[in-house]
Design a protein around this ligand. Structure first.
Ligand SMILES: Cc1cc2nc3c(=O)[nH]c(=O)nc-3n(C[C@H](O)[C@H](O)[C@H](O)COP(=O)(O)OP(=O)(O)OC[C@H]3O[C@@H](n4cnc5c(N)ncnc54)[C@H](O)[C@@H]3O)c2cc1C
Length: 442
């Protein structure tokens, strides 16, 4: 590998805004964080790099909210429950007999716009966080890039909801990337299709058809792990198929390669549906997702790192800000059938019975070494197994809500994050409707 040359680049830029709380990233975690902070009295500004809010749930074309309950209780109580209810009222879900309700992406986008506006959160789309200013252990400003140029926003508290932990990493926080061998879960480029005759389609035959196609040598990459297609309209389908193995979502070169390769592979999956399954002979690809589905990238190191042991022990923490119950859904970074069997085994073994859950401690959101930065969503402080559970959208609603609440209370009290009494954060969360069965108000 050749050494990259270095150069110094300096520029005087305008400071466009001063706010209490800055949220970087407008995915499920960012939306919950921003609304929670605003409801707790903070002036909030959110920055989102893409053209809409919702993150993987919209731009990534992810199909459903999994892990909403433990079979007995609603896990994402508070903002998650409110979003779920409001989205349902707007027609944001399509009932699907083979799995949970399927998200309707365009409705989710409009809902997120309205939800932030009505909660008094100001935000910019198509604007990226490109750097931060750090002074000692504090971040003092976010450097943003939009169409009009580069500018700064100063804030008291920063919440990293970029999915990839960009803000924390820019501020010099420690993180982990992959397991002990550097393996991360593969990504997937989801897609939307039209022309399905759902009266003829039967999802039960999908896996068997996939095995036949692989045996026929149909695919350029024979991948046994096939989440598949879901009905999201009268004749439409959202497709979660094909894994980008070896993807590093923090490296634009790896992402570019994955977009090019996966766009080709999506077409192959369409041909597979036409040839091997009833009801799909007239399907047409309408769009591949503008955002690569990255399941795992940086896991920012917090004051506590949640581990598989916590999952096994159904951990209870004195500082828990929510509980979660979704199984460990760790896609493998390989295509061979043996690895797929390992995935299936783990997905079966690391799952709970009704009413069981694990706690998420506040410390997993407090970024080590930074006084005023919290992290929420899929990049919180976990090991790989725990990340593979808490990463799903309802988990991100829970951690987002807690990060927003903690940040707003720190601003209101004029103290450092770590000096806000945990019980006050928990009480505020409980008031909002969070599921905190182990918290007893005094
Ligand atoms: C293929 C696939 C299928 C999945 N299926 C499901 C499922 O069925 N159900 C489920 O609940 N979960 C599912 N998940 C998981 C879930 O979608 C994600 O883990 C979850 O959306 C993560 O939320 P987040 O808010 O942490 O990050 P994201 O959803 O990734 O949102 C992060 C946002 O931050 C923005 N951003 C990033 N960096 C910057 C920057 N530097 N500046 C400005 N903005 C930035 C991004 O544009 C994005 O909008 C799936 C994931 C994948 C990849």
């Amino acid at each position: 590998m050749t050494m990259e040359q270095q150069m110094l680049w300096q520029k005087t830029i305008p400071v466009r805004l001063d706010t209490d709380v800055l949220v970087a990233g407008g995915g499920p975690a960012g939306i919950a964080a921003a609304v929670a902070a605003a409801r707790n009295g903070a002036k909030v500004f959110l920055v989102e790099g893409l053209s809409c809010l919702g993150g993987s749930g919209t731009s990534g074309m992810v199909s459903q909210l999994v892990g909403l309950t433990d079979g007995e209780h609603f896990m994402a109580g508070g903002i998650g429950a409110e979003m779920h209810q409001r989205l349902r009222e707007m027609g944001g879900f399509r009932a699907y007999p083979y799995s949970g309700d399927i998200l309707r992406t365009e409705i989710f986008k409009r809902f997120c716009d309205a939800y932030l506006l009505e909660n008094g959160v100001s935000f910019l789309l198509v604007t990226r966080l490109i750097d931060v200013v750090r002074e000692d252990g504090r971040v003092t400003a976010a450097i943003l890039h939009g169409k009009s140029g580069i500018f700064a926003v100063t804030a008291r508290q920063f919440i990293d909801c970029t999915g990839d932990g960009d803000l924390s990493a820019m501020a010099g926080a420690a993180f982990e990337l992959g397991d002990e061998n550097g393996n991360m879960q593969p990504g997937t480029l989801c897609s939307q299709w039209t022309g399905v005759d759902w009266s003829q389609a039967d999802r039960r035959f999908q896996d068997e058809a996939m095995e036949r196609a692989i045996a026929d040598g149909f695919f350029t990459v024979p991948d046994h792990h096939f989440p598949g297609g879901y009905q999201n309209g009268e004749t439409t389908m959202t497709l979660n198929a094909g894994h980008a193995h070896g993807l590093d979502g923090t490296d634009e070169r790896s992402l570019t390669d994955a977009y090019i390769t996966q766009r080709r592979r999506v077409v192959e999956y369409g041909e597979f549906y036409r040839k091997y399954l009833d009801g799909f002979s007239r399907i047409d690809l309408t769009a591949t997702a503008p955002l690569m589905g990255v399941r795992e990238s940086r896991r920012i190191l917090g004051e506590y790192q949640m581990t598989e042991r916590d999952f096994l022990e159904r951990a209870v923490f004195a500082d828990e800000i929510g509980r979660f119950a979704y199984a460990v859904d760790r896609h493998r970074n390989a295509t061979d059938p043996e690895e797929y069997r390992r995935f299936e085994q783990q997905f079966q073994d690391l799952r709970y019975g009704p009413g069981e859950s694990y706690g998420i401690p506040l410390r997993a959101l407090l970024v080590k070494g930074l006084e005023n930065v919290t992290v929420a969503g899929r990049c919180i402080s976990t090991d790989c197994s725990m990340q593979a559970s808490v990463r799903v959208m309802p988990g991100c609603f829970i951690t987002g809500q807690a990060a927003g609440t903690a940040a707003a209370l720190a601003v209101r009290k004029g103290v450092q994050l770590r000096h806000v009494p945990v019980r006050e954060i928990q009480a505020a969360l409980k008031d909002m409707g969070a599921y905190l069965p182990n918290f007893r108000p005094e």
